[in-house]
Design a protein around this ligand. Sequence first.
Ligand code: AP5
Length: 190
Amino acid sequence: MLIIFIGPPGSGKGTQAERLCQRLGIQHLSTGDMLRATIAAEADLGVQAAGCLQRGELVPDQLVVDMVDETLAQSPYAEGCLLDGFPRSLSQAEALDGLLESRQIGISQVLELEVDQPELIERLLARKRPDDTLETIKNRLQVFQNQTSPLLDYYRQRGLLASVNGNGTVDQVEDRVQSALASQSNVSEH
Ligand code: AP5
């Protein structure tokens, strides 16, 4: 099983991914979390990525594609996972198609989390992660609009996209996520 979450910064991808992965017994693969771990380890790669995160820009495609490729090669991920924050551009989506095809894994469903912009900004300013400054948030929202939102049509045309209203409480959104998945026959709880 492979589920993809797409949504702007602050839409609740990470929050809902944790709950859903626990419920379905699948792995949570967040490229943002992986990049922050790389930066914390201060590897050379981390230095390159740190500037991108600080500015709210995407890191180079090949960096995240390689990270996802290596992770999908590990046993629990190959058996079922939720991609949170990847793919984030059409070129990443095409690279993912290649990775999945070589492993004979199909995409079960793509879920879009839709949240009003003022609510996104309010949530992120309240969290205070290093890239949650107003200037960087605005850039991250613009990057989502320009580079990530074209993925919605990409998956809609393949009949894989379901849109979920991400406004409201975490529990309310969780209920909507479950309803959206329940309407998809190849996504079932363990
Ligand atoms: P990433 O870590 O993926 O950040 P993001 O997409 O900007 O998303 P966030 O983590 O900010 O929000 P979220 O939607 O997960 O919401 P969350 O649940 O955390 O990426 C960071 C950076 O890494 C990127 O800018 C880029 O530089 C780089 N990067 C990552 N992936 C990449 C890729 N594939 N290619 C290139 N570069 C990449 O919730 C946010 C806050 O809201 C939390 O405080 C939460 O408690 C709260 N909240 C959640 N739901 C609700 C609710 N319903 N009501 C009230 N509060 C809520």
